[in-house]
Design a protein around this ligand. Structure first.
Ligand SMILES: [Fe+2]
Ligand SMILES: [Fe+2]
Length: 291
């Protein structure tokens, strides 16, 4: 057990998950591991691997985890299997009580593609009875109202609307014929506003989806940590989540987050080698926004 309660965030996996990553988590002293999704492309095997990790964990599946279901506007067998393998570890519209830290972790809408459209309301209707951003915001707020703590950490696949305009912004649109603009989720923006209006605090929002290296301008880097209106936003989508260093060793990326008595104590990005040693460690620079 760590001195300060901690959790570990795993950004978009995109099938890059090694046995050493499982060992790192299973030997770690974090209280919970949080996955922001895009484990694979409706890949039940990778979902199974994550589901079998012998650690407390919660997952919010991403658009890639429901890729075929969204194009076919129906729930495929693979998506059903993925959801059943994860069971209650899938935190969609649900709450996880992180008692050691005095914080409740609330899951937002899974499978988000970002932008203004839900893409396939058919899938959301069948699974969650949700057909609009407004209804989805209601479900997120309901989960927060059930929370036992007044400090709420939100786990989402994509971040909220309202923070981005340029391609390099934390959830800025960097693709298509006319890049730029906000690719955040409207339901999450609405929900955060309403959760705060209800007198709860939201010290941290954890998401991914919009990868750290931009498509336009190609190779430029995205802002991934931002403070705005009393909340820190983290985009953990470093993709791929491994890199090779000079001697050929492959390192894996994680973010550690420390909380105590409901207060965010800090966070650090770490790169871990196959023997679970931390080889690189840095405190990310947090961009400041007005508010
Ligand atoms: Fe992704
Ligand atoms: Fe994604």
């Amino acid at each position: 057990m760590a001195e300060t309660p901690s959790l570990v965030v795993i950004g978009d996996v995109h099938k890059v998950w090694r046995p050493e990553d499982s060992t790192f988590l299973e030997n770690g002293d974090q209280d919970v591991a949080l996955f922001v999704g895009d484990l694979g492309d409706e890949d039940v095997d990778i979902v199974q691997t994550i589901a079998e990790l012998a650690v407390p964990k919660r997952v919010i599946l991403g658009n890639h985890d429901a890729w075929r279901s969204f194009s076919e506007k129906r729930i495929t067998d693979n998506l059903r299997l993925s959801l059943s393998r994860l069971g209650t570890d899938h935190l969609a519209y649900d709450v996880f009580e992180w008692y050691q830290a005095g914080v409740s972790i609330v899951g937002a809408r899974p499978f988000s593609w970002g932008g203004m459209s839900l893409r396939s309301p058919e899938v959301y209707r069948e699974l969650y009875g949700v057909t609009s951003h407004e209804e989805s915001a209601d479900r997120i707020v309901d989960a927060a109202r059930r929370a036992q703590h007044r400090d709420i950490v939100i786990l989402a696949h994509n971040g909220p609307a309202g923070l981005s305009f340029e391609t390099h912004d934390i959830w800025g649109k960097d693709f298509g014929k006319s890049p730029r603009g906000d690719w955040g989720d409207e339901d999450l923006e609405l929900a955060i506003d309403r959760i705060k209006s209800a007198g709860l605090r939201v010290p941290l929002v954890i998401a991914g989806h919009m990868h750290h290296k931009l498509i336009t301008p190609r190779g430029a880097l995205r802002t991934r940590f931002l403070r705005a209106y009393g909340t820190i936003y983290m985009n953990a989508a470093v993709v791929p989540r491994t890199k090779q260093i000079a001697n050929g060793t492959i390192l894996s990326y994680f973010v550690r987050v420390f909380f105590s008595a409901g207060k965010l104590q800090g966070f650090e990005e770490i790169w871990v080698d196959p023997s679970c040693r931390i080889r690189e460690q840095s405190r990310p620079r947090v961009m400041e926004e007005v508010g």
